[in-house]
Design a protein around this ligand. Structure first.
Ligand SMILES: NC(=O)c1ccc[n+]([C@@H]2O[C@H](COP(=O)([O-])OP(=O)(O)OC[C@H]3O[C@@H](n4cnc5c(N)ncnc54)[C@H](OP(=O)(O)O)[C@@H]3O)[C@@H](O)[C@H]2O)c1
Length: 296
């Protein structure tokens, strides 16, 4: 039995579906308020709980052999890195040890090892990585770059308006990863010997400048567009103002700032070799998902 946390998220939903397509039994950890009907209909066992509660986690882990931790606090600041990205994973790892779990897959983030000070989610991920490595559990740590599925709402806006909003440096590069490829890699991690007790940076096959993404949208929708570039200083000013009224939200926004201000590229060759996959380009991912875009 697999336990998937964050089962209603962009990645977790795909992990659950990938497992179900392989006819692997899956327990999906969801909140009562989430949309999980489709997962249940496809055959997932639904576990309703809250990752803020250790008792919930202990119960969810019982009887499972594999855990894929794919939950997370929202990088925009609405989440809670200390509780969700840090403590819930520590509790999951402890429960995994207590229950003799065979393999723990942890979805971290590209750059977790860069010691960013102003980025609560990055710090939490790094500390969980260290805790997991010390735990003695068989594990795989995946450090992905930005998910292609995050761009679907932006593509939808572009199709309607021709506008693409970009905050921060246009020339910064990013190896956007197909969220479907990442789900497949997370699932394969438990059965590939070379993936045991390893850390993998996972990015797509190309290092795109951020402004190239609007060019991909133009090609996809066969229309010209306009890129609106907001300097990072504007974001910083708004954040400083917000901090006066809501200090903790202001602090949490450091994760988003870190994402906007830096480059996130990696070489995908090793991942392609170890996991035996050809990773798809952003253009290919968006084209495949065009029907979803049209349905929205
Ligand atoms: N998105 C990216 O570009 C990116 C890049 C690198 C790494 N990552 C990492 O990859 C992982 C998955 O990201 P994602 O974008 O798929 O996340 P997401 O779409 O924001 O989903 C987050 C998931 O966590 C669940 N969750 C949050 N708080 C919870 C709680 N208290 N109890 C139970 N469940 C809770 C959410 O449930 P609800 O549906 O109930 O809200 C949701 O299923 C995260 O660890 C993230 O840090 C993401």
């Amino acid at each position: 039995m697999f336990l998937v946390t964050g089962a209603t998220g962009g990645l977790g939903r795909r992990v659950v579906k990938t497992l179900l397509r392989r006819q692997s039994p899956v327990r999906a950890f969801v909140r009562l308020s989430s949309r999980y009907h489709d997962l249940e209909q496809m055959g997932a066992e639904i576990f309703i709980g809250d990752l803020r509660r250790k008792a919930s986690i202990d119960k969810a882990v019982q009887g499972t052999q594999y855990i894929i931790s794919a939950h997370g606090a929202n990088a925009s600041g609405a989440g809670d890195a200390a509780q969700i990205d840090y403590q819930a994973n520590i509790d999951l790892i402890d429960a995994a040890q207590a229950n003799g779990v065979k393999h723990f897959v942890f979805v971290s983030v590209l750059g977790a090892d860069r010691d960013y000070d102003d980025a609560p989610v990055f710090k939490a991920k790094r500390e969980v990585e260290k805790y997991l490595a010390r735990s003695g559990l068989t594990h795989t740590i995946l450090r992905p770059s930005g998910f292609a599925s995050n761009l679907l709402p932006l593509a939808r806006t572009f199709r309607r308006t021709g506008l693409y909003l970009l905050i921060g440096k246009q020339e910064n590069r990013t190896s956007i990863v197909s969220t479907d490829d990442l789900a497949e890699i997370a699932v394969r991690s438990v059965s590939i010997a070379e993936a045991r007790n390893r850390i993998f940076a996972v990015g797509g096959p190309e290092a795109l400048r951020r402004d190239e993404i609007s060019k991909i949208f133009e090609k996809l929708f066969n229309r010209s567009g306009m890129l609106i570039n907001v300097p990072l200083e504007v974001f910083d000013g708004a954040r400083a103002l917000l901090r006066l009224f809501n200090p903790s939200l202001g602090r949490d926004l450091g994760t988003l700032r870190t994402l906007l201000a830096n480059e996130y590229t990696c070489n995908s060759r090793e991942v392609q070799q170890v996991f035996g996959m050809d990773l798809e380009s952003l253009h290919h991912f968006l084209r495949r998902n065009l029907s979803t875009l049209e349905a929205i």
